[in-house]
Design a protein around this ligand. Structure first.
Ligand SMILES: NC(=O)c1ccc[n+]([C@@H]2O[C@H](COP(=O)([O-])OP(=O)(O)OC[C@H]3O[C@@H](n4cnc5c(N)ncnc54)[C@H](O)[C@@H]3O)[C@@H](O)[C@H]2O)c1
Length: 278
């Protein structure tokens, strides 16, 4: 068993809403590996969710910040450095929201005001976080910044709506900022492309249960859960991955390399037996 992988490291974790959140699992595991943490979320999510419980469990500080507000992010990084008494070693961006998905508006009839919000919350917030940290020189040399994404950035998955566009932008920001941050400060910037996972954000996607079942049948290793995702985050925060940057790492049991699996085709065939073509 690995112990103390993050001993002495200090991190900011965005996006722990409740114990289903992927960020929650990352915080628990990072704490168990010796990291000190600041937990952050939008003010409304702190009121509605259970982040206080996580802070108590992990001995962390909670500082609220709307990730679309440069003022909030400046305060968050400033106060975090004061709390830690120095720079930050790792940051997790685990933030996503689409008003179009929430309101069930189909992609072909999208509302553009909503779409701008989707892009701002789910993708530009990553640029804002990176820019704030860069301007304040808040991240230590060889530090690591990770954002969570989904394969809908590369492939069309029915029902994922404008979140697919947001994830494509998010992954592009990781490469564009990763170049600058790597060259100038030796800071790594990566994304992890996660299997569908039962969380508050995941459950908002239409046909989510079928999507989970489909990708489970398609993936040779089966879906990765939130705990698996946390393990990959920890390796990217650690010193074991110092030369990995500007990458999108698929933590999806092999789903993204598949075309069709035996398990999925057998299930698909059954539907023809039940509903023969007339
Ligand atoms: N659940 C899945 O199936 C899945 C799959 C692949 C990737 N992801 C990604 O993982 C990340 C975490 O999602 P999750 O599944 O743990 O769901 P979640 O609902 O627990 O987390 C989403 C978080 O985003 C936060 N957020 C929303 N607007 C914000 C704002 N303006 N400022 C700050 N925070 C804000 C929410 O409060 C919430 O904590 C997201 O980027 C999501 O797209 C999820």
């Amino acid at each position: 068993m690995i112990t103390n992988l993050l001993e002495g490291k200090r991190g900011i974790i965005f996006g722990a809403l409740n114990d289903k959140s992927i960020a929650w699992h990352v915080a628990e595991k990072a704490h168990a590996q010796g990291a000190r943490l600041v937990l952050t979320n939008a003010p409304v999510a702190i009121r509605m969710g259970t982040i206080g419980e996580l802070a108590e469990k992990t001995g962390s500080e909670v500082i609220s910040a709307d990730a679309t507000s440069m003022k909030d992010l400046n305060e968050l990084f400033g106060r975090s450095m004061e709390y830690f008494g120095g720079k930050i070693d790792f940051v997790l961006h685990s933030i996503g929201m689409s008003p179009n998905v929430r309101k069930g508006i189909p992609y072909a009839e999208i509302n553009y005001e909503n779409m701008l919000k989707t892009l701002d919350i789910s993708a530009l917030s990553f640029h804002r976080i990176l820019q704030t940290a860069y301007r304040l020189d808040a991240i230590s040399e060889w530090g690591s910044v990770v954002a969570l994404t989904y394969v809908a950035a590369q492939r069309t998955l029915a029902g994922y709506n404008d979140m697919g566009d947001a994830k494509a932008l998010l992954e592009s920001i990781a490469r564009s900022f990763g170049y600058i941050y790597g060259k100038e400060k030796h800071v790594r910037v990566n994304t992890i492309s996660q299997s569908p996972t039962a969380t508050t954000a995941g459950a908002g996607i239409s046909g989510f249960d079928s999507l989970v079942d489909f990708s489970e049948r398609m993936s040779p290793l089966g879906n990765a859960d939130a705990s698996d995702c946390a393990d990959v985050c920890l390796t990217l925060f650690s010193d074991l991955t110092r030369k990995i940057t500007m990458q999108n790492i698929f933590n999806d049991g092999g789903f993204s390399s598949m075309g069709m699996s035996q398990r999925a085709i057998e299930q698909y065939r059954k539907s023809f037996e039940e509903c023969p073509d007339k």
